[in-house]
Design a protein around this ligand. Structure first.
Ligand code: UD1
Length: 361
Protein backbone atom coordinates (compact mmCIF):
# COMPACT_ATOMS: atom_id res chain seq x y z
CA UNK A 1 0.00 0.00 0.00
CA UNK A 2 1.34 3.45 -0.91
CA UNK A 3 2.03 5.75 2.01
CA UNK A 4 1.59 9.52 2.18
CA UNK A 5 3.11 11.60 4.99
CA UNK A 6 1.38 14.96 5.58
CA UNK A 7 3.12 17.79 7.44
CA UNK A 8 1.44 20.50 9.53
CA UNK A 9 3.08 22.91 11.96
CA UNK A 10 1.52 26.34 12.19
CA UNK A 11 -1.97 27.83 12.36
CA UNK A 12 -2.46 28.41 8.61
CA UNK A 13 -1.58 24.76 7.82
CA UNK A 14 -4.41 22.84 9.48
CA UNK A 15 -7.24 24.11 7.27
CA UNK A 16 -5.23 23.16 4.17
CA UNK A 17 -4.46 19.57 5.21
CA UNK A 18 -7.87 18.69 6.72
CA UNK A 19 -9.92 18.52 3.48
CA UNK A 20 -7.12 16.70 1.66
CA UNK A 21 -6.72 13.95 4.28
CA UNK A 22 -10.48 13.58 4.37
CA UNK A 23 -10.82 13.24 0.57
CA UNK A 24 -7.92 10.78 0.38
CA UNK A 25 -9.43 8.66 3.19
CA UNK A 26 -12.79 8.56 1.42
CA UNK A 27 -11.58 7.98 -2.12
CA UNK A 28 -8.33 5.98 -1.92
CA UNK A 29 -6.67 3.15 -0.04
CA UNK A 30 -3.46 5.10 0.62
CA UNK A 31 -1.99 4.86 4.11
CA UNK A 32 -1.80 8.34 5.62
CA UNK A 33 0.52 9.55 8.35
CA UNK A 34 0.11 13.00 9.94
CA UNK A 35 3.19 14.72 11.33
CA UNK A 36 2.77 17.80 13.53
CA UNK A 37 6.01 19.75 13.80
CA UNK A 38 4.74 21.80 16.75
CA UNK A 39 5.93 25.15 15.32
CA UNK A 40 2.75 26.47 16.91
CA UNK A 41 1.79 24.88 20.21
CA UNK A 42 -0.71 27.01 22.18
CA UNK A 43 -4.22 25.56 22.42
CA UNK A 44 -5.68 28.55 20.55
CA UNK A 45 -2.93 28.62 17.88
CA UNK A 46 -2.83 24.86 17.22
CA UNK A 47 -4.67 22.43 19.53
CA UNK A 48 -8.22 23.67 18.95
CA UNK A 49 -7.82 23.41 15.18
CA UNK A 50 -7.24 19.65 15.30
CA UNK A 51 -10.58 19.00 16.99
CA UNK A 52 -12.63 21.66 15.17
CA UNK A 53 -11.41 20.68 11.71
CA UNK A 54 -11.70 16.98 12.55
CA UNK A 55 -8.09 16.28 11.75
CA UNK A 56 -6.83 12.87 12.83
CA UNK A 57 -4.60 12.83 15.90
CA UNK A 58 -1.04 13.38 14.69
CA UNK A 59 0.89 10.11 14.38
CA UNK A 60 4.08 11.99 15.22
CA UNK A 61 4.66 15.21 17.19
CA UNK A 62 8.07 16.81 16.70
CA UNK A 63 7.56 19.45 19.40
CA UNK A 64 9.92 21.98 17.78
CA UNK A 65 8.35 25.12 19.32
CA UNK A 66 9.55 28.69 18.78
CA UNK A 67 13.04 29.93 17.99
CA UNK A 68 15.09 31.79 15.41
CA UNK A 69 14.47 30.82 11.81
CA UNK A 70 17.61 28.68 11.72
CA UNK A 71 16.90 26.98 15.05
CA UNK A 72 13.26 26.24 14.20
CA UNK A 73 14.06 25.02 10.68
CA UNK A 74 16.89 22.84 11.96
CA UNK A 75 14.71 21.24 14.65
CA UNK A 76 12.00 20.39 12.09
CA UNK A 77 14.64 18.93 9.77
CA UNK A 78 16.23 16.71 12.41
CA UNK A 79 12.88 15.42 13.67
CA UNK A 80 11.33 14.97 10.26
CA UNK A 81 14.37 13.14 8.88
CA UNK A 82 13.91 10.50 11.56
CA UNK A 83 10.20 10.19 10.69
CA UNK A 84 10.92 9.78 6.98
CA UNK A 85 13.62 7.17 7.56
CA UNK A 86 11.25 5.19 9.78
CA UNK A 87 8.08 5.59 7.69
CA UNK A 88 9.62 5.43 4.19
CA UNK A 89 6.73 7.35 2.56
CA UNK A 90 6.02 7.33 -1.19
CA UNK A 91 5.01 11.01 -1.05
CA UNK A 92 5.44 13.88 1.40
CA UNK A 93 2.71 16.56 1.32
CA UNK A 94 3.54 20.07 2.51
CA UNK A 95 1.22 23.09 2.46
CA UNK A 96 1.64 26.86 2.45
CA UNK A 97 4.80 28.78 3.22
CA UNK A 98 5.77 28.50 6.87
CA UNK A 99 9.17 27.38 8.14
CA UNK A 100 7.88 23.83 8.73
CA UNK A 101 6.87 23.61 5.04
CA UNK A 102 10.33 24.43 3.74
CA UNK A 103 12.16 22.36 6.37
CA UNK A 104 10.13 19.23 5.60
CA UNK A 105 10.60 19.72 1.86
CA UNK A 106 14.39 19.95 2.29
CA UNK A 107 14.45 16.70 4.25
CA UNK A 108 12.28 14.80 1.76
CA UNK A 109 14.27 16.05 -1.23
CA UNK A 110 17.56 14.85 0.28
CA UNK A 111 16.05 11.43 1.03
CA UNK A 112 14.76 11.35 -2.55
CA UNK A 113 11.14 11.15 -1.46
CA UNK A 114 8.76 12.91 -3.88
CA UNK A 115 7.13 16.10 -2.57
CA UNK A 116 3.71 17.58 -3.28
CA UNK A 117 3.33 21.27 -2.45
CA UNK A 118 -0.23 22.49 -1.95
CA UNK A 119 -0.48 26.28 -2.52
CA UNK A 120 2.49 26.36 -4.90
CA UNK A 121 3.51 29.25 -7.12
CA UNK A 122 2.49 32.24 -4.97
CA UNK A 123 5.04 35.07 -5.03
CA UNK A 124 5.18 38.46 -3.33
CA UNK A 125 8.58 39.16 -4.99
CA UNK A 126 9.64 40.50 -1.61
CA UNK A 127 12.52 38.50 -0.21
CA UNK A 128 12.47 40.40 3.07
CA UNK A 129 9.45 38.21 3.86
CA UNK A 130 10.55 34.90 5.36
CA UNK A 131 7.59 33.19 3.69
CA UNK A 132 8.85 34.22 0.23
CA UNK A 133 12.11 32.34 0.83
CA UNK A 134 10.10 29.34 2.01
CA UNK A 135 7.91 29.45 -1.11
CA UNK A 136 10.83 29.66 -3.52
CA UNK A 137 12.79 26.81 -1.91
CA UNK A 138 9.76 24.54 -1.51
CA UNK A 139 8.63 25.02 -5.11
CA UNK A 140 12.17 24.42 -6.39
CA UNK A 141 12.20 21.03 -4.65
CA UNK A 142 8.61 19.87 -5.23
CA UNK A 143 7.62 17.20 -7.75
CA UNK A 144 3.92 18.06 -7.76
CA UNK A 145 3.09 21.78 -7.62
CA UNK A 146 -0.58 22.30 -6.86
CA UNK A 147 -1.54 25.91 -7.50
CA UNK A 148 -4.53 27.89 -6.16
CA UNK A 149 -4.76 30.34 -9.08
CA UNK A 150 -3.32 30.73 -12.57
CA UNK A 151 -0.82 33.43 -11.53
CA UNK A 152 0.90 30.63 -9.60
CA UNK A 153 1.26 28.61 -12.82
CA UNK A 154 2.70 31.67 -14.59
CA UNK A 155 5.32 32.24 -11.87
CA UNK A 156 6.40 28.61 -11.85
CA UNK A 157 6.71 28.42 -15.63
CA UNK A 158 8.73 31.65 -15.63
CA UNK A 159 11.08 30.04 -13.07
CA UNK A 160 11.58 27.06 -15.40
CA UNK A 161 9.40 24.46 -13.63
CA UNK A 162 8.35 21.76 -16.12
CA UNK A 163 4.72 22.18 -17.18
CA UNK A 164 3.83 18.56 -16.31
CA UNK A 165 4.64 19.15 -12.64
CA UNK A 166 2.20 22.08 -12.34
CA UNK A 167 -1.49 21.46 -11.61
CA UNK A 168 -4.04 24.24 -11.17
CA UNK A 169 -6.37 22.80 -8.53
CA UNK A 170 -7.88 25.85 -6.81
CA UNK A 171 -7.79 27.09 -3.24
CA UNK A 172 -8.02 24.31 -0.67
CA UNK A 173 -8.67 26.73 2.23
CA UNK A 174 -11.99 27.52 0.60
CA UNK A 175 -12.92 23.80 0.91
CA UNK A 176 -12.62 24.21 4.66
CA UNK A 177 -14.35 27.58 4.70
CA UNK A 178 -17.38 26.30 2.78
CA UNK A 179 -17.64 23.22 4.95
CA UNK A 180 -17.73 25.17 8.22
CA UNK A 181 -19.57 28.34 7.17
CA UNK A 182 -23.03 27.00 8.11
CA UNK A 183 -21.81 26.55 11.72
CA UNK A 184 -20.30 30.05 11.84
CA UNK A 185 -23.50 31.84 12.84
CA UNK A 186 -23.36 35.30 14.40
CA UNK A 187 -24.76 34.11 17.74
CA UNK A 188 -21.60 32.05 18.22
CA UNK A 189 -19.54 35.15 18.96
CA UNK A 190 -22.16 37.84 19.59
CA UNK A 191 -22.59 37.18 23.33
CA UNK A 192 -18.84 37.57 23.92
CA UNK A 193 -18.46 40.85 22.03
CA UNK A 194 -20.82 43.77 22.24
CA UNK A 195 -21.07 44.31 18.48
CA UNK A 196 -23.91 44.40 16.00
CA UNK A 197 -24.15 42.05 13.05
CA UNK A 198 -22.49 43.65 10.01
CA UNK A 199 -21.46 46.84 11.83
CA UNK A 200 -17.94 46.20 13.13
CA UNK A 201 -14.39 45.87 11.77
CA UNK A 202 -12.04 42.93 12.39
CA UNK A 203 -8.29 43.36 12.49
CA UNK A 204 -5.42 40.86 12.57
CA UNK A 205 -1.76 41.84 12.58
CA UNK A 206 1.28 39.62 12.99
CA UNK A 207 3.84 40.16 10.19
CA UNK A 208 7.26 40.93 11.69
CA UNK A 209 7.56 43.89 9.27
CA UNK A 210 4.44 45.45 10.83
CA UNK A 211 4.64 44.54 14.49
CA UNK A 212 8.36 44.38 15.28
CA UNK A 213 9.05 48.05 14.45
CA UNK A 214 7.36 50.38 16.99
CA UNK A 215 7.28 53.25 14.47
CA UNK A 216 5.35 51.19 11.94
CA UNK A 217 3.06 49.76 14.62
CA UNK A 218 2.33 53.26 15.95
CA UNK A 219 1.45 54.49 12.46
CA UNK A 220 -0.97 51.62 11.98
CA UNK A 221 -2.58 52.27 15.36
CA UNK A 222 -3.00 55.96 14.58
CA UNK A 223 -5.32 54.83 11.77
CA UNK A 224 -7.02 52.19 13.92
CA UNK A 225 -7.76 54.86 16.52
CA UNK A 226 -9.71 56.84 13.91
CA UNK A 227 -11.52 53.77 12.61
CA UNK A 228 -12.45 52.70 16.15
CA UNK A 229 -14.19 56.07 16.60
CA UNK A 230 -16.35 55.22 13.60
CA UNK A 231 -17.17 51.59 14.47
CA UNK A 232 -15.95 48.90 16.90
CA UNK A 233 -12.73 47.16 15.87
CA UNK A 234 -12.36 43.58 17.13
CA UNK A 235 -8.71 42.58 17.31
CA UNK A 236 -7.77 38.96 18.14
CA UNK A 237 -4.11 39.35 19.07
CA UNK A 238 -1.44 36.94 17.77
CA UNK A 239 1.14 36.02 20.44
CA UNK A 240 3.95 37.69 18.47
CA UNK A 241 1.96 40.92 18.41
CA UNK A 242 0.94 40.74 22.07
CA UNK A 243 4.59 40.86 23.01
CA UNK A 244 4.96 44.11 21.01
CA UNK A 245 1.84 45.93 22.14
CA UNK A 246 3.50 47.08 25.33
CA UNK A 247 5.45 49.55 23.18
CA UNK A 248 2.21 51.33 22.33
CA UNK A 249 1.06 54.01 24.70
CA UNK A 250 -2.46 53.71 26.20
CA UNK A 251 -3.74 51.11 23.73
CA UNK A 252 -6.12 49.72 26.31
CA UNK A 253 -7.75 53.14 26.67
CA UNK A 254 -8.58 53.21 22.98
CA UNK A 255 -12.34 53.54 22.79
CA UNK A 256 -13.93 51.10 20.36
CA UNK A 257 -10.97 48.72 20.18
CA UNK A 258 -11.66 45.23 21.58
CA UNK A 259 -8.66 43.01 22.14
CA UNK A 260 -9.26 39.25 22.34
CA UNK A 261 -7.13 36.13 22.49
CA UNK A 262 -6.60 34.34 19.14
CA UNK A 263 -9.89 32.64 18.25
CA UNK A 264 -10.65 29.10 17.11
CA UNK A 265 -11.40 28.45 13.44
CA UNK A 266 -15.20 28.53 13.54
CA UNK A 267 -15.42 31.44 16.00
CA UNK A 268 -13.09 33.45 13.78
CA UNK A 269 -15.09 32.55 10.67
CA UNK A 270 -18.21 33.67 12.48
CA UNK A 271 -16.48 36.96 13.38
CA UNK A 272 -15.20 37.72 9.87
CA UNK A 273 -18.24 36.57 7.93
CA UNK A 274 -20.45 39.04 9.83
CA UNK A 275 -18.02 42.00 9.74
CA UNK A 276 -18.37 45.22 7.73
CA UNK A 277 -14.69 45.27 6.87
CA UNK A 278 -11.49 43.35 7.62
CA UNK A 279 -8.02 44.89 8.12
CA UNK A 280 -5.16 42.43 8.01
CA UNK A 281 -1.61 41.53 7.09
CA UNK A 282 -2.42 37.80 6.90
CA UNK A 283 -2.32 35.90 3.62
CA UNK A 284 -5.17 33.53 4.40
CA UNK A 285 -7.56 36.25 5.51
CA UNK A 286 -7.18 38.08 2.18
CA UNK A 287 -8.50 34.88 0.58
CA UNK A 288 -11.21 34.16 3.13
CA UNK A 289 -12.63 37.69 2.93
CA UNK A 290 -12.68 37.45 -0.85
CA UNK A 291 -14.60 34.17 -0.67
CA UNK A 292 -17.01 35.75 1.84
CA UNK A 293 -17.46 39.00 -0.11
CA UNK A 294 -16.33 41.11 2.87
CA UNK A 295 -14.17 44.15 1.97
CA UNK A 296 -10.54 43.62 3.03
CA UNK A 297 -7.78 46.17 3.56
CA UNK A 298 -4.35 44.57 3.41
CA UNK A 299 -1.84 46.46 5.54
CA UNK A 300 1.19 45.55 3.45
CA UNK A 301 3.09 46.98 0.48
CA UNK A 302 2.73 43.80 -1.59
CA UNK A 303 0.77 40.58 -1.71
CA UNK A 304 1.47 37.08 -3.01
CA UNK A 305 -2.28 36.81 -3.56
CA UNK A 306 -3.04 39.50 -6.21
CA UNK A 307 -6.01 37.47 -7.39
CA UNK A 308 -7.84 38.65 -4.25
CA UNK A 309 -7.52 42.19 -5.64
CA UNK A 310 -8.31 41.48 -9.31
CA UNK A 311 -11.04 38.90 -8.59
CA UNK A 312 -12.00 39.68 -5.01
CA UNK A 313 -12.63 42.23 -2.29
CA UNK A 314 -9.05 43.02 -1.32
CA UNK A 315 -7.32 46.41 -1.39
CA UNK A 316 -3.59 46.77 -0.83
CA UNK A 317 -3.38 49.93 1.28
CA UNK A 318 0.13 49.76 2.76
CA UNK A 319 1.00 50.84 6.30
CA UNK A 320 0.79 54.64 6.22
CA UNK A 321 -1.88 56.12 8.50
CA UNK A 322 -3.49 58.28 5.81
CA UNK A 323 -3.46 55.49 3.20
CA UNK A 324 -5.16 53.07 5.62
CA UNK A 325 -7.85 55.65 6.39
CA UNK A 326 -8.40 56.48 2.70
CA UNK A 327 -8.69 52.73 1.93
CA UNK A 328 -11.16 52.30 4.77
CA UNK A 329 -13.47 55.06 3.51
CA UNK A 330 -13.25 53.81 -0.05
CA UNK A 331 -13.94 50.18 0.99
CA UNK A 332 -17.08 51.20 2.88
CA UNK A 333 -18.29 53.32 -0.05
CA UNK A 334 -17.80 50.61 -2.62
CA UNK A 335 -18.47 47.54 -0.51
CA UNK A 336 -17.43 44.03 -1.40
CA UNK A 337 -19.37 42.23 -4.07
CA UNK A 338 -18.40 38.55 -3.73
CA UNK A 339 -16.59 37.42 -6.88
CA UNK A 340 -14.97 34.04 -6.31
CA UNK A 341 -11.85 33.38 -8.36
CA UNK A 342 -12.09 30.31 -10.63
CA UNK A 343 -11.80 26.96 -8.78
CA UNK A 344 -12.36 28.49 -5.33
CA UNK A 345 -15.41 26.27 -5.15
CA UNK A 346 -14.90 23.94 -2.21
CA UNK A 347 -13.78 21.02 -4.40
CA UNK A 348 -10.02 21.50 -4.54
CA UNK A 349 -9.23 18.38 -2.47
CA UNK A 350 -11.29 16.27 -4.87
CA UNK A 351 -9.18 17.59 -7.75
CA UNK A 352 -5.93 16.71 -5.96
CA UNK A 353 -6.87 13.06 -5.29
CA UNK A 354 -6.65 11.84 -8.92
CA UNK A 355 -3.36 13.73 -9.38
CA UNK A 356 -1.88 11.80 -6.44
CA UNK A 357 -3.36 8.53 -7.77
CA UNK A 358 -1.75 9.00 -11.17
CA UNK A 359 1.56 10.05 -9.62
CA UNK A 360 1.74 7.08 -7.25
CA UNK A 361 0.68 4.45 -9.81
C1 UD1 B 1 4.21 31.90 11.44
C2 UD1 B 1 4.58 31.85 9.96
C3 UD1 B 1 3.72 32.84 9.20
C4 UD1 B 1 2.24 32.61 9.48
C5 UD1 B 1 2.02 32.65 10.98
C6 UD1 B 1 0.58 32.39 11.33
C7 UD1 B 1 6.95 31.39 9.44
C8 UD1 B 1 8.23 31.99 9.01
N1 UD1 B 1 5.98 32.26 9.75
O1 UD1 B 1 4.54 33.20 11.93
O2 UD1 B 1 3.94 32.67 7.82
O3 UD1 B 1 1.50 33.62 8.84
O4 UD1 B 1 2.84 31.64 11.58
O5 UD1 B 1 0.37 32.52 12.71
O6 UD1 B 1 6.84 30.19 9.47
N2 UD1 B 1 4.06 31.90 19.75
C9 UD1 B 1 3.34 31.53 20.85
N3 UD1 B 1 2.55 30.42 20.76
C10 UD1 B 1 2.45 29.67 19.64
C11 UD1 B 1 3.21 30.06 18.53
C12 UD1 B 1 4.00 31.18 18.59
O7 UD1 B 1 3.38 32.17 21.89
O8 UD1 B 1 1.70 28.67 19.63
C13 UD1 B 1 4.89 33.12 19.84
C14 UD1 B 1 6.32 32.88 20.20
O9 UD1 B 1 6.76 33.94 20.97
C15 UD1 B 1 7.04 32.89 18.87
C16 UD1 B 1 6.23 33.93 18.09
O10 UD1 B 1 4.89 33.77 18.56
O11 UD1 B 1 8.38 33.22 19.00
C17 UD1 B 1 6.28 33.76 16.63
O12 UD1 B 1 5.94 32.42 16.23
P1 UD1 B 1 6.56 31.80 14.86
O13 UD1 B 1 6.01 30.45 14.59
O14 UD1 B 1 8.04 31.94 14.88
O15 UD1 B 1 6.08 32.81 13.75
P2 UD1 B 1 4.68 33.49 13.49
O16 UD1 B 1 4.86 34.94 13.65
O17 UD1 B 1 3.58 32.81 14.24
Amino acid sequence: MKKIVHVVGARPNYMKIAPLMDALARQTAFAQVLVNTGQHYDENMAGSFFSELQLPRPDRNLGVGSGSHAAQTARVMTGFEEVCIGERPDLVVVVGDVNSTMAAALVAAKLMIPIAHVEAGLRSFDRTMPEEINRIVTDRLADLLLTPSSDGDDHLRAEGVAAEKIHLVGNIMIDTLMRHLPAATFDRIAPRLAVEDGAYAVMTLHRPSNVDDPLVLNGIFAAIKEIARDRPVVFPVHPRTRARLAALANLHDLRGLMLTEPLGYIDFLSLTSHAAVVLTDSGGLQEESTALGIPCLTLRENTERPITITHGTNRLVGIRTDAILAGYREALRNGGAPKRPPLWDGRTADRIVPIFERFLQ
